[in-house]
Write a protein that binds this ligand. Structure first.
Ligand SMILES: Cc1ncc(COP(=O)(O)O)c(C=O)c1O
Length: 400
């Protein structure tokens, strides 16, 4: 080919990828890392990574498994013992009955969601997503050729999901309704009325429900997690997504799963077998140790996050222009910055450039997240205290 006819690198890029933005939460952490590399003392509250090391008995299980020679491919959908441990957990914790054959073990919950979206979403298919929503849902749907349809929720109504809001968003092409409770970024835990609204719309419009329950163990003030699959008629049309990243402080291990009726999960398993083959062998052994071993440390982590949640929220509510409700679950504060007069991106930029605090702009979670910024409090008390100091210095203090 002559040089005149050579394609530029961008000409090679598939349309579905060309306009895809990289993950905004990972971008925040990347920018924070770059500033840190320049010697700037940045506090990075952009990510969603527990600040605890994985408990020792789980680490030991992986080491023993590796040393015993479990370094090979394993059954694609997961070790039988882990699929059973997950099915047992779903029954014991969530009161959801799933056959172990309806479980696919993936390298992280993100991959589980991606595989299911590839299995059930295609051009001409709409996916309803209440917003604010985790940053990757929309791009995953777009990668599958589908259309994410946001269901905007209202901060002044505590981000409440109602049947009316869902009904107003349903399109003839809607095939999937994707919910996330406890929610990243708002921390909302769907209550009984909200779950009933989801079930009613799903039944009326014959939708599959994808229920992302990644933060189910991270709850405060007596809030309880109920899987939508426990509502009448819902187990048949719900796929549950979960993983060990958050509850077991295992983000770097990459271990998650999707679970649901085998008729659907068989399709997910096909995508899985052709993409990742299997989740890492010895990590899966560690997953069995995590799910079947002592669980007390989860409560200890949640206790620490609860303390930080209260302190950070109190502190932020003393900063001019910021108003921050106590979240119900997960480990993010979703602070309302409308009172500063800045957009969420302007606020996040100024916080990073001038206060050296990295946060995620709310608009990254959909238009409904505008006017807010997300701060992870899965970090040390000292850094959170310093965050409040720095933002108070930048914007002024109410009590001053
Ligand atoms: C709402 C939600 N779902 C899923 C995931 C995926 O987690 P992982 O891939 O680490 O299991 C995350 C990670 O931040 C999340 O916030």
């Amino acid at each position: 080919m002559s040089s005149q006819t050579q394609r530029a690198p961008s000409d090679f890029v598939a349309n579905r990828v060309r306009n895809l933005a990289p993950s905004p939460t990972l971008a925040v952490s990347d920018r924070a890392r770059q500033l840190k590399a320049q010697g700037i003392d940045v506090i990075d509250l952009g990510g969603g990574d527990p600040d605890f090391i994985t408990p020792k008995h789980i680490r030991d299980a992986a080491i023993e498994s590796m040393n015993a020679g479990n370094t090979h491919y394993v059954a694609s959908a997961g070790l039988p013992g882990l699929r059973k441990a997950i099915a047992d957990k779903l029954l014991a914790d969530n009161n959801v009955e799933v056959d172990p054959n309806g479980v696919v073990v993936t390298p992280g919950g993100k991959q589980a969601l991606f595989e299911a979206i590839l299995a059930f979403v295609e051009p001409g298919v709409d996916v309803l997503i209440p917003e604010p929503a985790w940053v990757s849902y929309g791009p995953m749907v777009e990668l599958a050729g589908g259309r994410p349809v946001g269901v905007p929720l209202d901060p002044d109504d505590n981000w409440r999901l109602t049947e009316e809001k869902l009904a107003a968003a349903v399109t003839p092409a809607a095939r999937v309704l994707l919910i996330n409770s406890p929610n990243n970024p708002t921390g909302r835990v769907l209550d009984d009325a909200e779950l009933a609204a989801v079930a009613s719309i799903a039944a009326k419009h014959d939708l599959l429900v994808f229920s992302d329950e990644m933060y189910e163990k991270i709850l405060y003030d007596g809030h309880r997690h109920t899987s939508v699959a426990t509502l009448p008629g819902m187990a048949e049309r719900t796929l549950i997504f979960n993983g060990l990243s958050k509850a077991y402080a295992m983000t770097g291990w990459r271990l998650g799963y999707a679970a649901g009726p085998t008729a659907y999960m068989k399709q997910v398993a096909k995508v899985h077998s052709h993409s990742v083959t299997c989740a890492t062998s010895f990590v899966q052994t560690a997953g069995v140790a995590a799910l079947t071993g002592p669980q007390e440390f989860i409560g200890e982590m949640v206790e620490a996050w609860d303390r930080r949640r209260r302190n950070l929220t109190d502190g932020l509510n003393n900063v001019n222009g910021i108003s921050c409700p106590l979240v119900e679950g997960a480990f993010y504060a979703f602070a309302d910055v409308r009172g500063t007069g800045m957009s969420s991106s302007e606020a996040a930029d100024r916080f990073l450039q001038e206060a050296h605090v990295a946060v995620t702009p709310g608009v990254a979670f959909g238009a409904a997240g505008e006017g807010h910024v997300r701060l992870s409090f899965a970090t040390s008390d000292d850094l959170l205290e310093a965050t409040v100091e720095r933002l108070g210095d930048l914007l002024g203090r109410r009590s001053a």
